[in-house]
Design a protein around this ligand. Structure first.
Ligand code: AMP
Length: 506
């Protein structure tokens, strides 16, 4: 099958051909013909399958008829995070290069004024995170009763981030006669309920079993002792062993504080690393991501929320520094590699404490993951178990590297100091989730090290949860029990002093 068999317009076909794509992916082949006929589509597909084009291409074709009116967008795409929203915009620009369409991107962390202007001009395509969209609507700058096509993307991620009540509200504001295109990698019961409520006789297109992993990814478990220095050493050894095949890698951690610690440690060991997590401001996030995409950074240490759904083509390796606590995160994480049928490798560092999480992942993906170099039974007691706290003068563990030992001591000391300082301010659960200052360019390595030193003096307390795709203050949303807002200024928030963020040339 080729793209011209799908019923797309000549303008769209020409842009697709310029993008170098010759054959539709299964989700594209399955969804596009139905979307062009105006039917509701329920697409069950993970990122990396070409699902963005599966809604962008038919939308472009359908938008060729008609015009947008001021403040009344013709189509609406909801995305859980700012990065995903920005990526969808890039797709509209790429595939819509033969169209003269007004595209408006409504995301948090950016001023309302520019966004207002775009809405006023009349948007053919409105791409938004739910919170910012509702903010504009409440300010009276946006009318949703002209929306002909609604896309809800990454619905399961929306659920994880507490967006479902917003999605329901938005769906109710859009005319009943609209077309809805709905995408989710997995179908938990809450999502099924949502589709039953808001989709009309949808065509279901499922490109692979829900929560399955791409077959082009070689997955391995890697045994390690439980201590941070042991895990870091395991990771470094793995990276070195993979060097010949390793083009670039995303390294996932479960918590922001681990992203920060690992990032610092990798820099210290001279790896070209950057970091991406939810407390970074939008500009630093985009810059870090662009540096990684452009090959200026070889390693990106990331948390789940920050990296979810990001389209970074051609990532050769994914390392799970921590086994994800939610099995579905494993599917999303390793889905960063092996995209669009390319080969990829994923390594998950597992300790004895992770056994139940590994079991849950294997149950979810329906297969056993092979061990890279022997399973945990070969980890000796002293490697695998937490040692009792050493008293003053107790003997040091043999074989431990001085640098890492220093690191650990420093980190423990700093965390303790910080926790004491923040005890009265931070909620219980937030105490060990501290925001960190970030840096954004590998060329500025030396200065970054200075920045990291400065970061140790930071004052911030932490978010309980990762950032979200928009920025509405909780007080504006009575009655919701949601995660922290994307922009909630905790610690330094967006006000991280410049010297700690981006730093001078070496
Ligand atoms: P997505 O699932 O939308 O994040 O897309 C994953 C990647 O596949 C993106 O880098 C797309 O540019 C690429 N892609 C989309 N459609 C095709 C296609 N038909 N053939 C090859 N690559 C594609």
């Amino acid at each position: 099958m080729t793209f011209s068999d799908l019923g797309l317009s000549p303008k769209v076909l020409s842009a697709v051909s310029d993008a170098g794509y010759t054959k539709p992916t299964p989700i594209q082949a399955g969804a596009i013909p139905h979307a062009l006929l105006g039917k509701d589509v329920l697409g069950i597909a993970q990122t990396g399958t070409g699902k963005t084009a599966s809604f962008v291409l038919p939308m472009l074709t359908r938008l060729e008829k008609g015009r947008a009116r001021a403040r009344m967008p013709r189509t609406l795409i909801l995305e859980p995070t700012r990065e995903l929203a920005a990526q969808v915009e890039e797709n509209f620009i790429k595939y819509g290069k033969n169209h003269k369409l007004n595209i408006a991107l409504l995301i948090g962390g950016v001023s309302f004024d520019e966004q207002d202007k775009k809405l006023e001009r009349g948007a053919d395509v409105l791409i938004a995170t739910p919170g910012r969209l509702l903010d504009h609507r409440e300010r009276g700058k946006l009318l949703l009763n002209g929306v002909e096509i609604l896309v809800i993307d990454e619905a399961d991620r929306m659920l994880d981030m507490g967006f479902i009540p917003d999605i329901e509200r938005i769906c109710e504001m859009i005319p009943f006669t609209r077309q809805t295109l709905f995408f989710s990698a997995t179908m938990p019961p809450e999502i099924t309920k949502l589709t039953e409520k808001f989709l009309h006789a949808p065509v279901r297109v499922e490109v692979s079993k829900a929560a399955s992993t791409a077959t082009s990814i070689t997955q391995r478990l890697v045994k390690s002792g439980t201590k941070p220095w042991e895990k870091r050493e395991t990771l470094r050894n793995l990276i070195k062993a993979e060097d010949a095949d390793l083009k670039n890698a995303i390294i996932f951690c479960n918590r922001k504080v681990e992203v920060s610690e690992l990032f610092r440690s990798l820099l210290k060991h001279d790896f070209d690393a950057g970091a991406l997590h939810g407390d970074m401001d939008q500009r630093a996030r985009m810059q870090m991501l662009n540096n990684f995409r452009d090959g200026k950074l070889r390693y990106l240490v990331a948390s789940d929320v920050a990296a979810r759904g990001l389209d970074i083509p051609d990532v050769s390796h994914v390392f799970n520094y921590d086994v994800p606590i939610h099995a579905e995160d494993y599917v999303h994480r390793i889905g960063r590699t092996g995209r669009a049928g390319r080969a990829g490798k994923s390594f998950t560092i597992a300790t004895r404490a992770d056994t139940k999480y590994v079991d849950a992942i294997e149950r979810l993906i329906g297969t056993k993951i092979e061990w890279h170099d022997g399973d945990l039974s070969t980890v000796t007691e002293s490697e695998g178990e937490e040692q009792p706290r050493r008293g003053r003068g107790a003997p040091r563990r043999a074989g431990r590297k001085d640098e890492d030992r220093k690191d650990d001591r420093k980190e423990r000391g700093e965390r303790k100091k910080d926790r004491h300082a923040k005890r009265d301010e931070a909620p219980e659960a937030a105490r060990d989730e501290q925001p960190v200052a970030e840096v954004a360019d590998i060329a500025e390595r030396r200065a970054r090290k200075d920045a990291i030193r400065s970061e140790n003096e930071r004052k911030g307390s932490g978010n309980r949860h990762e950032q979200r795709g928009d920025a509405r203050p909780q007080r504006d949303r009575p009655g919701r029990h949601r995660q922290e807002e994307d922009d909630a200024t905790v610690g330094f928030g967006d006000d991280v002093p410049a010297f700690m963020r981006i730093v001078a040339k070496v």
